[in-house]
Design a protein around this ligand. Structure first.
Ligand code: CAA
Length: 444
């Protein structure tokens, strides 16, 4: 059977940065440690006045195509995953294809384009679709471009304001991929939830605390669904990337995941000497007592050396980019994968043929866990990323400048300011056309 997966990846951050400890916390009169330690975030990325989901997506896709030596003829499908779309009809993928056609000789008229929506999960769903398309043979030898792009902005003063971010991750999905093979095994946890939504509005309505519970509940269901297909053991996976709304959420998700997949294994037995066996519902009179015991066990678990070693090796490296850019919604779990591979390369860790358990989540709500196998070409491919350089070159906003740029991107405001940075060799937003469409140009 044909194997398919992620052949290449590119990351494009917004060109601006808000330092949470230095700039945001003092104005909010909060302890900087709430952001750096509690949420686990140091900075957020923001789009400059000339950037949006199209420019960031197109810039990521162009760099990917340039360095892989691809032309539009090589691409048969372009899917964009976003929860920041500005058009209810015309998909963002058409805007991005239009941008790319301005700089490549051929066009994408032959390519099937679409837009995927399920909150932050949509990027993973678009990969699923593309992998199925490739393995079915409908691709006729062509590859798919999956682009996860978002400006994750919250209303000013919302509790989510500290977790904002903006950026795009472009991925090439192809046969015999260099980075990871996406295995057919996947588990789902899905329920009609109203934890985070945008009913015809730009900024989300969020029940922050509840959204965290829903994240964990759906993740648990997805793990159960996967377990019905194969046994899971913590040592099976070299890397476990999660959706990262903020790193503190992943700390909670990882503890739940580890507890869940170590239940009934030699790991639970070994830990029992230190912290006792895992609580089982039948041992308790009511659900509340069971939940309290489970929560206490989880706290004890995260203090053990065994858990901490596992976390430091398989989860902590996935957070290395997100801590400096915030939430990229659809792109976040894909940033996590890239961050872990980048860290492994820098630390000489051999990941050839090792497995990843990729844990994606979208509010509304659905979790998907699936398995990927790292391919021998991963190191060479991941070495091509220039994300450090991009992060270093971001313009560092003052709080007043942050307020201005938030207004620039707020549909209800008509703020016009000079950009903070000067675009160079990139696509930029260039005003509106006669039917209200957004227009773009490439700046040399
Ligand atoms: N030093 C160290 N830690 C500190 C601290 C300090 N001085 N002050 C606070 N903290 C800790 C808190 O204890 C807390 O950690 P725990 O949860 O482990 O106890 C953490 O910092 C955050 O503090 P608060 O809970 O007080 O923060 P908050 O109430 O202001 O906001 C939030 C937290 C509700 C998650 C908010 O950021 C939010 O609404 N975010 C948007 C929604 C979101 O991201 N939900 C996540 C799941 S939904 C999802 O995944 C989809 C998506 O992408 C949006």
């Amino acid at each position: 059977m044909t194997t398919a997966g992620i052949d290449a990846v590119e990351i494009r951050t917004g060109n601006l940065k808000l330092d949470l400890a230095e700039t945001f916390a003092p104005v909010k009169d909060e302890d900087p440690a709430k952001y750096t330690k509690g949420l686990g975030l140091h900075a957020s990325s923001f789009p400059d006045a000339y950037e949006d989901i199209v420019t960031m997506g197109a810039n990521a896709a162009k760099r990917l195509m340039d360095r892989k030596g691809l032309t539009p003829e090589d691409i048969g499908r372009i899917d964009v995953a976003t929860e920041s779309a500005f058009d209810h009809s015309k998909p963002v993928s058409t805007y991005i294809a239009g941008c790319l056609e301005d700089v490549f000789e051929d066009d994408f008229h032959h390519a099937n384009k679409g837009e995927r929506k399920f909150a932050c999960l949509a990027g993973t769903q678009a990969i699923d679709d593309a992998v199925n398309w490739v393995t079915s043979g409908k691709n006729r030898g062509r590859a798919a471009l999956v682009i996860a792009t978002d400006t994750a902005l919250y209303e000013r003063g919302d509790s989510g304001e500290a977790t904002q971010g903006a950026g795009a991750v472009a991925m090439l999905i192809d046969e015999d991929p260099d980075l990871t093979v996406v295995e057919p095994l996947q588990g789902f946890g899905s329920a009609d939830e109203t934890d985070f939504l945008k009913p015809n509005q730009q900024f989300p309505s969020v029940d922050g605390k509840r959204s965290m519970q829903v994240y964990l509940a759906r993740m648990r269901e997805a793990l159960r669904d996967l377990e019905e297909q194969r046994d899971l053991h913590p040592d099976d996976f070299a890397v476990v990337p999660f959706h990262i709304p903020f790193p503190g959420m992943v700390r909670k998700g990882a503890a739940l995941g580890y507890r869940h997949i170590s239940r009934g294994t030699d790991v639970e037995d070994a830990l029992a000497e230190e912290i006792g066996p895992q609580p089982r519902p039948d041992d308790f009179e009511d659900d509340e007592a069971f939940r309290d015991a489970l929560s206490e066990y989880t706290d004890d678990l995260t203090e053990t050396d065994r858990y901490q070693e596992w976390y430091d090796l398989t989860v902590e490296p996935t957070l290395g980019i997100s801590r400096y850019v915030g939430n990229w919604y659809t792109g976040s779990v894909h940033l996590a994968r890239a961050a872990a591979l980048r860290d492994a390369r820098e630390n000489g860790r051999d990941l050839d043929e090792q497995q990843m358990l990729v844990c994606s989540y979208g509010s509304g709500a659905q979790a998907e866990v699936h398995i990927e196998t790292v391919q021998p070409g991963w190191e060479e491919e991941i070495a091509q990323l220039n994300v450090e350089e991009q992060l270093r070159e971001r313009y560092d906003l003052s709080f007043t400048e942050y307020e201005q740029i938030h207004d620039v991107h707020n549909y209800d405001e008509s703020t016009d300011i000079d950009a903070f940075t000067t675009p160079e060799e990139e696509f930029v937003f260039d005003g509106w056309g006669r039917m209200g469409e957004r227009k773009y140009t490439y700046v040399e």
